[in-house]
Write a protein that binds this ligand. Structure first.
Ligand code: DCT
Ligand code: MG
Length: 499
């Protein structure tokens, strides 16, 4: 998710300038439409030059638009001017003549537009950057996240944050194609061992489409991307982001509420015609807590509770922390656990027993139990987003703050507990390695593992199994290492899967 910080740290794009209005003279040179940039030139000088040019039959526009053919600036450093230009709503600033005042002066003297020469042009700094900075070649990068090692040390956060805003916005509009492209691009950037230093560094990197490159280039030049900033200030984006932050509310429901004119959570909650389902009702009830990140210490405390209640069902239950925490993250939006019993079939009834005990302890705030729909004969699914078929439950648990390591009493706090989202999954023992690999994420790492298996190995992988289409056999695995070996991949540690 996007953090506000990188954007606020960066220089803000300046607002469009106020333009001056003058009575227009008869235009002699119809092919040349000028615009004088007021920044650094100053308002009064701009007005004077505008009048002068118009009196000589030149066409000078007060506002900058796509019809302008000659943009004229005075005393503007190239990088400043171009960063300002990219913030204007021009379709293609690169195709316009961006000229120094010398061209204007010569034209006024000649009484006609003089030929544009290289000496008049204000070069775009990126071109200079490309020429002057030596290439900083990176080792060959695979197009598959499962062949890259991606730690939490993201050296290109300023770019990946920007791309994640676009991805989120495309998720809201259900534009799957655009999502895939930008997700892959962001994932490649996250894996790089150092920051992109110049545009040449992008050469040879896989999955970076023209749109991504343009965004990176603009961030280089202006410190931010106008496309991203437009999304961030868009009311619909802001509203959908707010609505989908509620547990149980997806983009479709969010969009439905938005189209009904609702903009705030209170409005949704007080709207009598809206029937919240059980999950959404819990989402609203515990919003204050579950919209906050869960810390590793809190995850650990939840783990102790689950371990204790599960061991009442069977002493041989093992619980494993998966999801983002297994990848080394210090915070997550929930806590994901795999529960497993070594004897096949003994796991039946485990989750109902866990839920029952949590309820009896008075710490079960919400539960959604999904019984196993596993059919062993079924091939791994081609569609990653289809949920797996294990016995699982989505919970909200009341976590007493005193159970959290390092917790300090806060006398001002109204409550001595926090609601925490917890997912429990119970795979049968022969699926354990696949379930562990699948539930450890990241989502992009999993997508690429499956894509790699399908396209490079003619195999189908999901959270239950690995199927070899060449030999029509299921490949057994006891550990994640076995699965990587079947796929002919180097083993990637969980903390290197933050793709
Ligand atoms: N997963 C899966 N099948 C799905 C969705 C997710 O196997 N249909 C996997 C991928 C990641 C893992 O489960 C845990 O999911 P999340 O909790 O959503 O992701 P996370 O990486 O743990 O993120 P966070 O740290 O925010 O909880
Ligand atoms: Mg998680």
């Amino acid at each position: 998710m996007l953090q506000a910080t990188p954007w606020t740290l960066l220089r803000k794009r300046r607002q469009p300038e106020v333009t001056c209005a003058h009575p227009k003279q008869e235009t002699k040179f119809r092919d040349v439409i000028m615009y004088l940039v007021e920044r650094r030139m100053g308002k009064s000088r701009r007005m004077f030059l505008t009048s002068l040019a118009r009196s000589k039959g030149f066409c000078v526009e007060d506002t900058l638009s796509d019809k302008v053919t000659h943009i004229i600036a005075e005393a503007n450093p190239a990088h400043e001017l171009w960063s300002w230009l990219h913030g204007q709503s021009l379709t293609d600033p690169d195709s316009t003549n961006v000229l120094d005042i010398s061209w204007f002066t010569e034209s006024m003297e000649a009484g006609r537009p003089v030929l544009v020469e290289a000496k008049h042009c204000i070069q775009k700094p990126s071109l200079q950057l490309k020429k002057t900075l030596p290439a900083n070649p990176l080792p060959t990068v695979s197009q598959y996240a499962c062949q890259r090692r991606t730690t939490l040390d993201n050296h290109n956060k300023v770019f990946t944050d920007a791309l994640e805003v676009l991805i989120e916005n495309y998720e809201f509009s259900d534009n799957k194609g655009a999502c895939v492209g930008f997700r892959r691009a962001a994932s490649v950037l996250k894996s790089l061992p150092k920051p992109l230093r110049c545009l040449k560094d992008m050469e040879g990197l896989p999955c970076l489409g023209d749109d991504t490159k343009a965004i990176i280039e603009e961030i280089y030049e202006c410190g931010s991307s106008s496309r991203v900033e437009n999304i961030l200030s868009d009311e619909k984006y802001q509203t959908l982001k707010l609505f989908t932050s509620v547990f149980g509310v997806g983009p479709k429901t969010g969009d439905k509420w938005y189209r009904r004119g609702l903009r705030a959570l209170e409005q949704v909650h007080s709207e009598p015609s809206i029937q919240l389902n059980k999950m959404q009702a819990a989402g609203f009830l515990y919003y204050e807590d579950i919209s906050k990140p869960v810390s590793r210490a809190e995850a650990k405390a939840v783990g102790c509770i689950i371990e204790e209640v599960a061991s009442c069902f069977s002493s041989s239950v093992t619980i494993t922390l998966t999801g983002g925490f297994r990848r080394g993250k210090e915070f997550g939006h929930d806590v994901d656990f795999l529960l497993s019993i070594p004897e096949p079939g003994k796991e039946d009834g485990l989750l109902p027993a866990v839920i029952d005990r949590l309820r009896k302890q008075g710490i079960l705030l919400y539960s959604d139990l999904q019984e196993s729909t596993l059919q062993q004969w079924k091939r791994p699914s081609r569609c990653f987003d289809s949920m797996d078929h294990f016995q699982k439950c989505f919970l909200i648990v009341k976590l007493w703050t005193r159970l959290v390591e390092g917790h300090r009493e806060d006398p001002s706090s109204r409550r001595d507990w926090k609601a925490v989202r917890v997912d429990l999954v119970v795979p049968p023992v022969d699926c354990y390695a696949f379930a562990l690999l699948g539930w450890s994420g990241s989502t992009q790492f999993e997508r690429d593992l499956r894509r790699f298996a399908r396209l490079e190995r003619r195999m189908l992988l999901d959270n239950h199994a690995l199927y070899d289409k060449t030999t029509n056999t299921f490949l057994q695995a006891k550990t994640e290492e076995d699965i990587f070996a079947h796929l002919g991949l180097d083993y990637i540690e969980p903390w290197q899967r933050n793709a």
